[in-house]
Design a protein. Structure first.
Length: 357
């Protein structure tokens, strides 16, 4: 089977996604943030959380499940701590607005935190981190979806949590460290993709309703449904379970809105904070420490010959630079649903970039 070589210009994909979202009724400023975030996800290689989300977002707009315009409601506003009600506005618009609000406060106060309840889905967490690291700020971002259950607590068999991702952007003097992980061993989107394609996982990352570990993502869609295993699996899943609870506290707990409340549909509760190293040991000292640590990791004797230690974010940044230059690879499964979005609104899908000679 030959490798797919079709590529698309990143700007053309951005313009396509923005136009489709605008014609579906989303305000242009919000559409810009959503389109930018989705394309950034694909640029960085997170292809289950890039443009793969566009058809779902459009459907939510059409159904009235995503708010099309306006601003979040400010519930609480202290100098270093804020709470917003996102009013089910698109998650990327809320997170980017949050960075805009938090950055000057972090500069003044050293750190500032925003929690958002009733956001819509926020897409790829790593896609936001670069904005902070380019300002020499440390950013932490986490989310949970109180209306979805796909991960069981360690020792249990009934799904309770979402994968509950958490991300941290760390500025260095060169390539930033971009950590984007979850409290489960895989995601809902990857499980769904593999199930739809009739593929199993290489490792037993799922658990059926009887508590047996399995490679089959189909158990998530069975009756009764199984679940995704927490990080650490059957042997050490207490670690992922602990992470999930931690993220629930930062999101639903601080928001005062979460799993104890009635479900409102696909969305997110969000925790985000920015920290200015200048208010602590200084950015130069911060980068000296992180640069040393990065070099120590890269030069650590590799377990496999010719496969050195790679820091979080290095592959994503290299892929981003290469795809900005040569065009974006889209997953083969996306052609039909992405083109269908545009056809409904008479927006032409971009032509592939000519292949290099």
């Amino acid at each position: 089977m030959s490798m797919r070589t079709t590529r698309y210009d990143a700007n053309a994909l951005f313009e396509y996604a923005m136009e489709v979202l605008c014609r579906a009724g989303l305000a242009s400023a919000h559409a810009r943030d959503v389109a930018r975030t989705l394309v950034d996800g694909d640029l960085m290689g997170h292809d289950t959380h890039g443009l793969a989300l566009l058809p779902g977002y459009v459907k939510q707009l059409e159904q009235g499940a995503m708010t099309r315009d306006g601003a979040p409601a400010v519930i609480s506003d202290r100098p270093a701590a804020l709470l917003w009600d996102g009013r089910r506005l698109p998650g990327p618009a809320l997170v980017h607005a949050g960075i805009d609000v938090l950055a000057p406060r972090a500069r003044e106060l050293g750190a500032a935190t925003l929690v958002i309840r009733r956001s819509h889905h926020i897409a790829c967490l790593a896609a936001y981190l670069l904005r902070a690291t380019e300002m020499n700020l440390v950013m932490m971002l986490a989310s949970s979806d109180p209306s979805v259950q796909s991960v069981a607590p360690f020792g249990g068999t009934r799904a309770l949590f979402t994968p509950n991702p958490i991300a941290l952007g760390i500025p260095t003097s060169t390539t930033p460290m971009l950590i984007d992980i979850s409290s489960s061993v895989t995601t809902n989107a990857m499980s769904a993709r593999r199930h739809q394609n009739g593929q199993s996982f290489d490792e037993p990352w799922m658990m059926d309703a009887q508590g047996n570990a399995t490679h089959d993502p189909g158990v998530l869609f069975a009756d009764p449904p199984g679940s995704i295993l927490p990080l650490g699996g059957l042997a050490a899943g207490h670690k992922g379970f602990g992470m999930a609870l931690m993220i629930e506290a930062l999101t639903g707990g601080l928001a005062g809105f979460g799993r104890a409340d009635p479900h409102e549909g696909w969305g997110a509760t969000v925790f985000m904070s920015l920290h200015d190293p200048a208010a602590f040991g200084g950015i130069e000292a911060f980068q000296r420490q992180m640069d040393w640590l990065g070099d120590a990791c890269r030069t650590n004797p590799p377990r496999t010959i010719n496969d050195p230690v790679r820091l979080p974010g290095e592959r994503a940044m290299a892929r981003r630079a290469e795809q900005l230059k040569n065009g974006v690879h889209l997953h083969a499964d996306l052609d039909t649903p992405l083109k269908a979005c545009g056809e409904r609104y008479e927006v032409r899908f971009p032509q592939p970039k000519p292949e290099a000679a």
